[in-house]
Design a protein around this ligand. Sequence first.
Ligand code: ADP
Ligand code: MG
Length: 328
Amino acid sequence: MSLSEFQIIQRYFDRHLCEREDVQLGIGDDAALVSLAAGEQLAIAVDALVAGRHFPEDTAAEAIGHKALAVNLSDMAAMGAEPAWLTLALALPQADEAFVEGFARGLFSLAGRYGVQLIGGDTVRGPLTVCVQIHGLVPQGQALRRAGAQPGDRIYVTGRLGDAGAGLLLRQGRLRCNDEPSRQWLIQRLEYPEPRVFAGLQLRGIASAAIDISDGLLADLGHILEASGVGARIDAARLPISEALLSCVPDAVQREQFALGAGDDYELCFTVPPAMEASLRERAATWACGITCIGTVESTAGLRLSGLVCGKPSLQHGFDHFAAGDTA
Ligand code: ADP
Ligand code: MG
């Protein structure tokens, strides 16, 4: 059944599930109106997801809705910001009600868990593209930045690395795994990433720099190092690997490549001064995702890897949409 643009908005997006007190005007006018408390800064991020590019064309609508918001919540986490409001620009090839219903279910169930409210957007016809903009709140001057890492700081990551990279190959039939629960787990990590929002909030005042891992550990840690004007040493033997990745990828070299180079995990990578490590461990004890120390910041520029399975890195460094040979 085909719906008009206004029916789609009314039926699926103008749902007052989360009514925040700081929203004066939500969906329905020419713009939304929100209020900001004194001493708060706005953190704003936007991410566009294009079908066939950022997710396989046959991805479930619910997973697309979840992930479009999750990647933005992950940016808030990396800034230590508390996500508050989102806007959604949606291009749909056709007004497919089943798709919109599933998409909205995925988006709203994640939004509800983090108390973020959809306050506006745009709905147009075009190749399937989902663009979510998120607005978060952070006390003045307390945002976590990529710049700020100092020599001697310890480098940590949340959760496990490489799962989503393996999930993508499984999803595309380019990797086989007979262990069905592990296979499902890795695909779940790709399609329903859990943004580390609470970890990000608790890293305020503790982390000296932070980033979320969307393009792969080496690429994203590289951004911290560049922004901070420092280098680092990583011990590859300490990379946190999930049981599922161990089971589905028996080759240790390939596992290491997933953990170092594959994107889409949406874990946090952050640096912590040695004096803050005890506080970090205390706070992180309550985080379900856990944390792992994988290395140390050094004054000499560049990233040095020790403990590699293969002895030398033969890695695909993170993902770059405009890299040579990458045509889309
Ligand atoms: P305008 O022409 O002023 O841009 P629209 O007709 O595009 O207004 O949208 C009407 C209202 O619905 C606006 O408040 C807009 O923010 C909201 N809206 C449109 N599409 C979406 C969407 N996909 N999700 C949430 N709100 C939407
Ligand atoms: Mg509009």
